[in-house]
Unconditional design. Structure first.
Length: 456
């Protein structure tokens, strides 16, 4: 059956647009899971602000759990696409099968490891005695749906990398739309509070999971999900390639967790919970930036992977230039919106004047250098797409290192609010190192790949 996109022959600009737009929209819609949750929580009568702080502490931890989907999905999808580019469909099918097995394993193992330690872990990550009950309730219910979350996100990568970006987008929209409908029903009709918010998310992820499995088991994909033999070799290669994006996402969320902990400690009894609530709002806005940005750079990886596997290096270079322009253009728009629409965004969560003032200022600080961040995302994901973890991982790690040094240093010299400047500092220095490395490294990688293909 005809794909939505022909990765090896369609015009590059059109191909990037056809994949980048649905992937970007899918990630934007997926952000609604957390943002809509937080909006409704913030407006719960009497306890809304405290509940928002509790769920805000959970946000990075929940995403950290979800990063196992990217460990397998983004680790397996480039390998899958490279084998498709080489014409090795049977090997590609085995990669998909073993990715499914890995996702099922992590869906069981991760909750079993985390659940016994959830209370002390949430306290360590920024919850207070006041906000812990809300954080613990939300987190416990959310973990019950880990299987649905990991399968829907991880396997969706294998829909997109077969050229069905639109189908991948629809799977996410289905879950987000259901979440938006269920949240007010569970909170304001059934009076389930934070429990209802988490349950709505789990049911929404179940719907997305059913859609993804139905699609991959159906007739449309050129390579369908089957239940073949376990291949430890394929599993090992998936985990090795996926470790870089997994670490990137995991450490990104550890950065947010660290920020909550630093704000709670620096703010003290009087300001700690207020600053953590502020951070929850800021992190929601940053998700609106980074998730769609990751959709552009991550969704279009399949173009680079397929053509790298086929030896079409001119298409690899042309696609990467086009994707960089998309990333920079998107971040430019979001930078403008952070200044023009920041107050409106904050108003969705709270009407408290003091909290609103802090949140608007923090959003503007955190987005100061998001245009260079757009370049960082694409170049690092570009290295991952062609299997060059030895470049992607150190470049990402350097940006994180800059962030952590800034995060723990700034409060010693400035007020607690200065912690938010750690984001733009890392978003400037990280991309600078990445651009320099990419200039020399990509040329070397493509030359070696060309020599290897000629030798066959």
């Amino acid at each position: 059956m005809r794909k939505e996109n022909d990765l090896g022959n369609d015009e590059i600009g059109q191909l990037v647009r056809h994949i980048a737009v649905p992937s970007m929209l899918a990630q934007f819609v997926s952000v609604l899971y957390s943002i809509v949750d937080r909006i409704y929580i913030g407006h719960i009568p009497v306890e809304g602000t405290v509940a928002l702080a509790g769920v805000g502490v959970c946000g990075p931890v929940v995403t950290l759990v979800g990063s196992f989907a990217f460990l397998v999905g983004i680790g397996g999808a480039p390998l899958f696409s490279i084998r498709m580019g080489e014409g090795r469909r049977e090997t590609a099918g085995s990669i998909l099968t073993n990715a499914f097995y890995l996702l099922c394993f992590f869906s069981v193992a991760v909750p079993l490891v985390i659940l016994p330690f959830r209370a002390p872990m949430l306290l360590l990550f920024g919850a207070s005695k006041t906000t812990l009950p809300y954080a613990e309730t939300y987190f416990t219910v959310y973990l019950s749906g880990t299987l649905f979350s990991l399968l829907s996100v991880g396997l969706n990568q294998f829909i997109i990398c077969q050229g069905f970006a639109g189908a991948g987008m629809r799977s996410v929209i289905l879950g987000a739309a259901l979440n938006i409908l269920l949240d007010p029903l569970f909170i304001f009709v059934f009076h389930m509070g934070v429990t209802g918010v988490a349950l709505a998310t789990v049911l929404s992820q179940l719907a997305s999971c059913i859609y993804v499995l139905t699609f991959l088991l159906g007739r449309r994909p050129s390579v369908r999900l089957t239940f073949g033999a376990i291949s430890w070799r394929h599993m090992g290669r998936i985990l090795a390639l996926g470790f870089s994006p997994f670490l990137i996402i995991a450490v990104d969320n550890i950065m947010l967790i660290a920020m909550n902990a630093v704000l709670q400690r620096s703010g003290g009894v009087g300001q700690g919970d207020l600053l953590v609530t502020c951070a929850a709002i800021v992190q929601s806005f940053m998700l609106v930036v980074t998730m769609p940005l990751g959709g552009i750079s991550g969704g279009t990886q399949t173009i680079l992977s397929y053509n790298f596997g086929a030896g079409n290096f001119d298409r690899v270079r042309s696609a990467q230039r086009c994707i960089v322009l998309w990333c920079v253009g998107f971040t430019a728009i979001m930078l403008a919106l952070s200044w023009l629409a920041g107050p409106l965004f904050v108003r969705l969560f709270t009407l408290d004047a003091n909290l609103s003032r802090l949140a608007v200022r923090a959003i503007r600080i955190c987005t100061l250098a998001i245009m260079p961040l757009g370049v960082q995302y694409e170049l690092v994901d570009g290295f991952t797409a062609i299997g060059q973890v030895q470049y992607a991982l150190p470049l990402s790690a350097f940006r994180k290192l800059v962030y952590f040094v800034s995060l723990f240093t700034l409060p010693y010299f400035f007020p607690a609010e200065a912690v938010f400047f750690a984001e733009p500092i890392s978003d400037l220095l990280g991309p600078l190192a990445t651009i320099i490395t990419h200039h020399f490294g990509m040329r070397r990688v493509l030359r070696r790949r060309g020599q290897a293909l000629q030798a066959k």
